[in-house]
Ligand binder design. Structure first.
Ligand code: HEC
Ligand code: HEC
Ligand code: HEC
Ligand code: HEC
Length: 222
């Protein structure tokens, strides 16, 4: 397959906040990739991994999935709809009646992997299959914190089957993210349209508040 490589100098402070190298396949094979040449406001993914969507994680992580789905991040696409979060929008000079769900400058932080392989794209409303696919990538999905899953999910599948123990470093080598404050700062920053400098992001506190329920890991080796 023909590949093109685009260097994106993004305006947002993501991770190291420098220029990123994003590989993408042609638009026909991946609608999300067509947007790679646009300066997307939001986090970027490193490497060649693809987004698979939160529903792929659900099967093995039902507790995390169900609790995540009820969080503000799980539902963050809804805030872009006309009429939603009207007070917050008014307070930040946004138009409460406008549909921001199709706005390039909003979806980067309110969806999963927009502008990257396998990530959120604007579906053709007449294409039922595409609409369904895009819907699964709405909201801040698992992979926005844990990294695009195309490779590490294969290792997790194998670990599930074999029931062997694992060291997390092998997953990190396949795209799983070692989460720290910078993971969140990719979106929780002053590029957010509703950013309030009086309420700066508090990592420890917000980590407790808004992510998902936790399950003790049994197969992971220290
Ligand atoms: C892909 C972007 C993105 C990443 C990465 C991200 N967040 Fe968020 N977060 C959002 C968005 C968007 C909202 C607002 C959702 C809404 O209300 O529509 C939000 C809301 C929240 C909320 C709800 C309370 C509030 O501030 O309004 C908490 C708590 C939170 N995030 C914690 C975190 C933590 C902790 C991390 C890192 C471990 C993180 N987030 C990573 C985008 C992100
Ligand atoms: C750089 C990432 C980023 C971008 C770009 C972004 N948001 Fe957000 N959005 C967030 C985060 C993080 C939060 C939660 C904390 C905050 O308000 O900063 C949030 C929260 C919100 C909320 C909920 C506020 C509340 O208090 O309930 C609305 C509504 C919203 N955003 C709308 C938008 C719209 C409309 C755009 C585009 C014009 C946009 N966002 C662009 C990251 C972003
Ligand atoms: C806003 C960031 C964020 C999102 C979104 C998120 N997670 Fe997590 N997840 C974390 C953090 C933080 C931890 C704690 C461990 C760590 O610091 O790496 C964690 C831990 C986990 C663990 C280890 C076991 C446990 O329960 O603690 C699993 C499994 C997991 N997440 C799966 C998921 C799945 C599945 C989704 C989507 C349905 C998801 N996560 C969404 C941030 C996130
Ligand atoms: C086929 C089942 C399966 C699927 C699908 C799956 N996982 Fe897992 N995952 C596992 C198993 C098994 C473990 C280890 C559980 C344990 O140690 O008890 C694990 C562990 C994890 C951990 C903890 C890693 C660590 O050691 O800190 C995270 C985070 C995680 N998964 C995220 C995800 C995300 C995100 C997805 C979707 C992109 C996903 N998983 C899909 C089976 C799966």
């Amino acid at each position: 397959m023909k590949r093109m490589t685009t260097i994106l100098a993004l305006a947002c402070s993501v991770g190291v906040g420098l220029a990123f190298l994003a590989s993408s396949t042609p638009a026909a094979a991946d609608p999300g990739a067509a947007l790679t040449t646009i300066a997307v406001s939001g986090p970027t993914a490193m490497g060649d991994y693809e987004y698979v969507g939160s529903s792929k994680c659900k099967k093995c992580h039902i507790k995390e999935y169900k609790s995540w789905a009820k969080t503000k991040m799980g539902m963050s696409f809804d805030s872009l709809q006309p009429g939603a979060a009207a007070e917050a929008k008014k307070a930040h000079d946004l138009d409460p009646e406008k549909d921001y769900s199709k706005d390039e400058s909003c979806v980067g932080c309110h969806t999963t992997g927009h502008g990257h392989k396998g990530g959120y794209f604007f579906p053709d409303e007449a294409d039922k299959k595409a609409v369904k696919k895009a819907k699964k990538l709405q909201g801040v999905g698992c992979e926005m914190c844990h990294g695009p899953g195309s490779e590490y999910i294969k290792i997790f599948q194998e670990i599930t089957k074999s029931k062997r123990s694992y060291k997390v470093e092998e997953l990190y080598a396949a795209g799983l993210t070692k989460i720290d404050e910078s993971t969140c700062a990719a979106c929780h920053n002053d590029k957010s349209a509703t950013f309030d400098s009086a309420k700066p992001f508090d990592y420890e506190k917000q980590k407790e508040e808004g992510i998902h329920e936790h399950v003790a890991l049994k197969q992971r080796e220290e």
